[in-house]
Design a binder for this molecule. Structure first.
Ligand code: PLP
Length: 352
């Protein structure tokens, strides 16, 4: 606290990212990074982008990325917005689209960044409880509201809302923006992107941090109707016109073009997720069916915080949230098969 601060800063409770500890031989399963490296073609494109041209500003709209993403989804380039990580895209979207008279709605258990943006931008919100089995019941969103946002699959549960239900929700809110945060959609869900042409109220937010292994490059996307994209561009150009540098633009475009590598690594993560879920079931763990690159799991006879601490002693880091309803769960990112095996071996020792 300082007298130099703007008043809004005093009341902020900033988001706390999963830690990036410096421990030798660490098995890092706490922030849902991809265990496989970026596409070799993305790495080559980055190397090629390092040169004299870096003295010039990059393209403001990341046109290379817009083209690659538009081609991948078969949509217009104008429907694609590019930002510095989807956290930035979400921040711009909260400012541009989610502040209204009526409250914003999102699930009670969800990405913990959402209330942080609300505090920063002064957005009134209400949380809508997930059902007992941690699913979103779309009827519960039938109430006066200014907008709706939720991740699909949800975080940190991994639970997927079927596309049909997403579409019904869009129909129930023709006059409100609905944002679907698809950070994990490529690990088993069906994207809502094809619905953007039919529903002008739909904004889909995606990231290259998870399924395209580029968390270190910071690239996020929003896909939606021209009117929603224009709102994002207006806020972007009131804040930072050049959110992506030239190297990141080259990397992101090449990563989207390398469909074969993307599909192969996603399939490997999905196979490991299914194997890990069944190995943990054999140890007595109960895991929520996941469509993401992580699982949300609990053991009926072992405290989650203690399990996390004991894993840590063995240099394995997972995420535990000390929050109502979920404090007996661990969120575990899917690693390589070797990392998953090491996790299972450690848990076998711990739970006996
Ligand atoms: C990881 C994640 C993001 C942020 O991704 P970045 O592009 O790395 O900023 C956004 N939403 C959810 C639900 C996530 O899990």
């Amino acid at each position: 606290m300082s007298r130099f601060w703007s008043p809004v800063v005093r009341d902020l409770t900033p988001y706390v990212p999963g830690e990036q500890p410096k421990i030798d031989n660490l098995i890092k399963l706490n922030t849902n990074e991809n265990p496989y490296g970026p596409s070799p073609k993305a790495l080559a494109a980055m190397q090629a982008a390092v040169g004299d041209a870096l003295r010039l500003y990059p393209n403001t709209e990341s046109a290379l990325v817009q083209t690659a993403v538009a081609k991948y989804y078969g949509i217009s380039e104008k429907a694609v917005f590019v930002g510095n990580g989807s956290d930035e895209v979400l921040g711009l979207a909260f400012a541009a689209l989610l502040k209204h008279e009526q409250p914003l709605l999102f699930p009670d258990i969800t990405y913990s960044f959402y209330p942080v943006y609300c505090a920063l931008f002064g957005i009134d919100y209400q949380t809508v409880p997930l059902t007992e089995d941690f699913s979103i019941r779309i009827e519960d969103y039938n109430r006066p509201c200014g907008a709706v946002i939720f991740p699909n699959p949800n975080a940190p549960t991994g639970h997927l809302l079927p596309l049909q239900a997403v579409e019904t929700l869009l129909q129930q809110h023709p006059d409100q923006p609905v944002i679907v945060d698809e950070a994990y959609i490529d690990f088993g869900g069906t994207s809502a992107v094809p619905l953007i042409e039919k529903y002008p109220n739909l904004l889909v937010v995606q990231t290259l941090s998870k399924s395209r292994s580029l968390a270190g490059m910071r690239v996020g996307l929003a896909l939606g109707s021209p009117e929603l994209i224009e709102a994002l561009v207006r806020v972007k150009n009131s804040f930072n016109s050049y959110p992506l540098d030239r190297v990141a633009q080259a990397a992101a475009a090449a990563a989207f073009e390398d469909v074969a590598y993307f599909e192969q690594t996603c399939q490997a993560v999905i196979a490991s997720r299914e194997q890990l879920t069944s190995d943990l079931a054999a140890l007595g763990f109960e895991t929520i069916p996941s469509a993401a690159n992580f699982i949300f799991t609990r053991h009926p006879r072992h405290d989650a915080a203690e399990l996390a601490a004991k894993l840590r002693e063995r240099a394995i880091i997972v995420r535990h949230f000390k929050l109502p309803r979920i404090d007996q769960y661990l969120r575990i990112s899917i690693g390589t098969p070797q990392e998953c095996d090491a996790l299972v071996a450690a848990l076998r020792e711990i739970v006996g």
